[in-house]
Design a protein around this ligand. Structure first.
Ligand code: HXC
Length: 259
């Protein structure tokens, strides 16, 4: 497996994934998708990492979509390729880690879908979002038709998806597709600060909180509130909660263990 196109490194509790195929605007091919799957499998076994940051190499693109050349070559195996991609992005969405997309340029098609599979999206001013699939006679298939309306509402999702046109970072912010927009130069600083803050919090609580939000979004409010109680019960009994409360009362920094 070629690892040069999907760089991965860890700095304490923060892991960085850099989509590194700058000459093709970081378009995702199967090899890169497989590597992403492998990285997220490994991360599930890694207790040290709390936050994962995903960004694109260079300053032009986050990810300009799935590799169009590969989609052409896939021919009648196209649906299989898409199903696999959808499963990999679901794995990212369901990861027990907090995943932040640092969107540093084009986030198109599968690139926008990957950003949506992350928990939080921080964009630089030059970021552009869109679903150009319809211009290719295709449609979004990595979860986009379902995640975009959940994030920004059906009308806006249809506006973006049916037109196939890009929206700016500020429009994406107004739509609720991104949580924050910052200058291109300060993007990674902003993301690192946020990742650093998150990583000082109780890992067990973060994982349960993410699980409660994700699982609750797909069921009725009644069921969702039960989901919250289930997760809360686990957190309330955790060693991290004991440690966090004790540390507060003893005016010291907690030493969380993620249990
Ligand atoms: C493969 C891509 C690519 C992509 C860019 N490149 N996007 N290669 N797949 N998605 C390549 C170009 O072919 C070109 O390679 C190089 O990157 C630079 O791109 P240019 O077009 O020269 O750059 P620019 O003029 O600045 O235009 C940028 C752009 C444009 C507007 C982002 O590249 C573009 O429209 N790209 C395609 C975006 C797209 O349709 N994405 C959705 C894909 S479908 P060469 O070798 O010529 O220099 C998808 C979902 C699939 O994601 C699921 C359904 C099956």
């Amino acid at each position: 497996m070629n690892r040069e196109e999907t760089l991965f490194n860890k700095e304490g509790p923060i892991a960085y994934i850099i989509i590194n195929r700058e000459k093709a605007l970081n378009a995702l091919n199967s090899n890169m998708m497989m590597r992403l799957e492998q990285i997220f499998s490994e991360l599930e076994q890694d207790d040290q990492v709390i936050v994962v940051v995903i960004t694109g190499a260079g300053n032009k693109a986050f990810i300009a979509g799935a590799d169009v050349k590969e989609i052409k070559e896939a021919g009648n195996k196209r649906s299989e390729l898409i199903a696999k991609g959808q499963a990999i992005l679901s794995k990212i969405r369901e990861s027990s880690k907090v995943v932040i997309a640092a969107v540093n340029g084009y986030a198109l098609g599968g690139g926008c879908e990957l950003a949506m599979a992350c928990d939080i999206r921080i964009a630089s001013e030059n970021a552009r979002f869109g679903f150009p699939e319809v211009k290719l006679g295709l449609m979004a298939g990595y979860g986009g038709t379902q995640l975009l309306p959940r994030l920004i509402g059906t009308g806006r999702a249809k506006y973006v998806m049916f037109s196939g046109e890009m929206i700016t970072a500020h429009e994406a912010y107004q739509f609720g597709l991104v949580e924050k927009v910052c200058g291109s130069e300060s993007l990674m600083e902003e993301v690192n600060t946020l990742a650093g803050k998150i990583s000082t919090n109780g890992p067990f609580a973060l994982k349960a909180c993410k699980g409660a939000i994700n699982r609750g979004m797909d069921v009725s409010l009644d069921k969702a509130l039960r989901v919250e109680l289930e997760e809360y019960d686990k957190v309330a009994r955790s060693k991290d909660a004991e440690e966090g409360i004790a540390a507060f009362l003893e005016k010291r920094t907690p030493a969380f263990r993620g249990r």
